[in-house]
Design a protein around this ligand. Structure first.
Ligand SMILES: [Zn+2]
Ligand SMILES: [Zn+2]
Length: 349
């Protein structure tokens, strides 16, 4: 079968490669892949920053956001992370909360991904998709990350009587825009901040679901509280370590900051440490990180997508800024800076 393969940690080694189709092990089912999404994680793997091949292999099939189909025609989205088999969270089905670090992730860490024609998978890692969701279901994985962030914020805020009304979303990539749309569906007043100017597609997508879009080129993140007030939830998804610290000052008393950016490198930064610490302490503020997602988050994410699609018809489709066939997908990674979501078309349903 055709696959987009990389030799991990070797920049520029991505290629279209013919590999043997997987043979399902007992208990596994064959999944024909229809579409896959490309995200910043894939670009970082492309750049050789990380990625790990399956044990005993030198290369890794890329791709962790996909929509597939079973032999009976049912649509499914495969989850990304696989249990380490040894910690209480993984044994509970919450491998996104793995405590050992020995988990595997499709297309990222120790397990072949989904930029290819077929995978063999256990049903417990396949999330069913309704046929009506076919046009946007490839967004289930990034939306699961958003759903987990919002759900975790709610669980953490179970510590007090919390009646959130205002959210700040930093970043207008797929995660930032999906978070904006989900928070609007929840009825929150939402301010979305990103670098692109007011007339950009990203600004338009945020505005069309009722968020206020602010360009950080005009209002630096540290100036946001003075201009727009403080926020019950701050959702950071810019990929910038600077913003991850600059946004801490935007949380209201009893507020919560959710960090989702996986920042590479070892950048340093000077911060107003005394003020930040004092505000965290005196305001009962919480800062937490979130990664990956559980089955519940995929399911919640699909409900968000369905509600967004009903409330704002056509809006999700506009996140798909380019579509390429699998045969050409090795060439998409270097041109992602101007894209929102590239979809790789693998097969027709
Ligand atoms: Zn991704
Ligand atoms: Zn584990």
């Amino acid at each position: 079968m055709k696959s987009i393969t990389i030799t991990p940690l070797k920049p520029g080694s991505v290629r279209l490669e013919e590999v043997p189709a997987p043979v399902p092990a007992p208990g596994q089912t064959l999944v024909k892949l229809l579409e896959a999404g490309v995200c910043r994680t894939d670009v970082e793997i492309f750049d050789g920053l990380y990625g790990e091949p399956p044990a005993g292999q030198a290369s890794l099939i890329m791709g962790h956001e996909a929509l597939g189909q079973l032999e009976n025609g049912d649509l499914v989205v495969p989850m990304v992370r696989r249990s380490c088999g040894g910690c209480a969270n993984c044994l509970d089905g919450n491998q996104d909360m793995c405590s050992t670090g020995n988990f595997l992730e499709r297309g990222i860490k120790g397990l072949d991904g989904m930029l290819c024609e077929y995978i063999a998978e256990y049903p417990r890692y396949l999330v069913p998709i309704r046929p009506e969701a076919r046009p946007y279901a490839v967004l289930a994985e990034p939306m699961s990350v958003v759903a987990k962030g919002i759900r975790q914020a709610g669980l953490i805020q179970g510590r007090l009587a919390w009646a959130p009304k205002r959210a700040l979303v930093l970043g207008a990539g797929p995660i930032g825009l999906l978070a904006t749309m989900a928070l609007r569906i929840l009825g929150w007043e939402t301010v979305t901040v990103a670098r692109k100017p007011a007339g950009s597609l990203k600004a338009a997508l945020a505005a069309e679901c009722g968020a206020l879009y602010v360009s950080s080129a005009e209002t630096p993140v540290t100036d946001l509280p003075a201009k727009y007030g403080l926020f019950d939830l701050v959702f950071e998804a810019t990929g910038s370590p600077d913003v991850a610290f600059d946004c801490l000052g935007a949380a209201a008393v009893n507020g919560v900051v959710c960090l989702t950016s996986v920042t590479g490198g070892d950048a340093r930064k000077s911060v107003p440490a005394a003020r930040l610490n004092r505000d965290l302490v005196l305001g009962n503020r919480v800062v937490f990180g979130t990664v990956n997602a559980s089955r519940k988050d995929f399911e919640d994410g699909l409900v968000y997508l369905e509600r967004i699609n009903a409330a704002f018809p056509g809006l999700l489709n506009r996140l798909f800024t380019s579509r390429v066939p699998l045969e050409k997908a090795a060439g998409v990674f270097s041109g992602q800076a101007e894209e929102i979501k590239t979809v790789v078309e693998i097969a027709a349903a």
